[in-house]
Design a protein around this ligand. Structure first.
Ligand SMILES: CC(C)(COP(=O)(O)OP(=O)(O)OC[C@H]1O[C@@H](n2cnc3c(N)ncnc32)[C@H](O)[C@@H]1OP(=O)(O)O)[C@@H](O)C(=O)NCCC(=O)NCCS
Length: 218
């Protein structure tokens, strides 16, 4: 890691900067506008939030990246649950993307999660952002969501400890932390605290539609 890059735990003083960064990074990427900054704001008070795994990345003393985690679960066919982590949001300031800052945030936080005793991360995401970071399709690890035998294209699995998943069928149970974003009026009200920004269509939204509405079947 370069000398001018520092990764450190998020503190209360960083909250607003992280929310501004998240809004900038996600704006118009997955939908016209964004709700991830509201998610970030709300998740810190959610019981599934893992504060020890909320990190900011500073470049020359300025926050240009962050990653956050919630608890999630894998449940087997007998109802037995295994606690895991789920990363997201993860973002890097658009001016500094594609310089491996996202990579170091993932690696740093995975190491911290491993130290806490977690051995698996599962999250929904754009595969293009994760494939070279040790993530694989959920189908390869037999992790389902929204019904047994269903392997969503965007459901990605990273073993923090190699071999943590042995092929046993699991159902992914996400945290309810992101449910707050279903309240469109609350998202809009929160967004009003930020400078006006134009909502627009972008091709990445259609790409996301395809990933989030499809499953791996063969
Ligand atoms: C996703 C995000 C965090 C990645 O951070 P980053 O610092 O830009 O990523 P990195 O430079 O570490 O590269 C990540 C991977 O993206 C892919 N990538 C790199 N350059 C790319 C390009 N020009 N076009 C498409 N994909 C590219 C590669 O898979 C790359 O890994 P590799 O080059 O090691 O093979 C950042 O782009 C971002 O904030 N995006 C908007 C918010 C978002 O989508 N967050 C993730 C939610 S799923």
């Amino acid at each position: 890691m370069k000398d001018n890059v520092v990764i450190r735990p998020e503190t209360e003083k960083d909250y607003r900067a992280v929310e501004e960064l998240t809004r900038e990074a996600f704006w118009n990427v997955y939908k016209p506008g964004a709700d991830e900054h509201y998610f970030v704001h709300e998740m810190r008070a959610h019981p599934d939030f893992i504060p020890e795994l909320a990190f900011v990345l500073e470049l020359d003393g300025r926050i240009v990246g962050n990653i956050m985690y919630t608890k999630a679960w894998l449940e087997d066919e007998n109802g037995r649950r295994k606690e895991i982590v789920s990363c997201g949001p993860l973002c890097v300031d658009p001016a500094f993307q594609r310089h491996k800052l996202g990579k170091v945030l993932i690696e740093h936080s995975f190491a911290a999660a491993r130290k806490m005793g977690y051995d698996v991360n599962v999250n929904f995401g754009n595969p293009g952002n994760y494939m070279s970071r040790g993530f694989v399709s959920c189908k390869r690890k037999n992790v389902c969501a929204f019904g047994w035998g269903n392997y969503p294209t965007a459901l990605l699995v990273a073993e923090l400890v190699p071999g943590a998943l042995d092929g046993t069928p699991w159902m992914f149970i996400p945290s309810t932390a992101a449910d707050c974003c279903e309240d469109a009026a609350a998202v809009e009200a929160f967004d009003a605290f930020f400078p006006p920004k134009e909502k627009a269509w972008a091709p990445s939204q259609e790409e996301f539609y395809i990933y989030s509405h499809s499953s791996v079947v063969r």
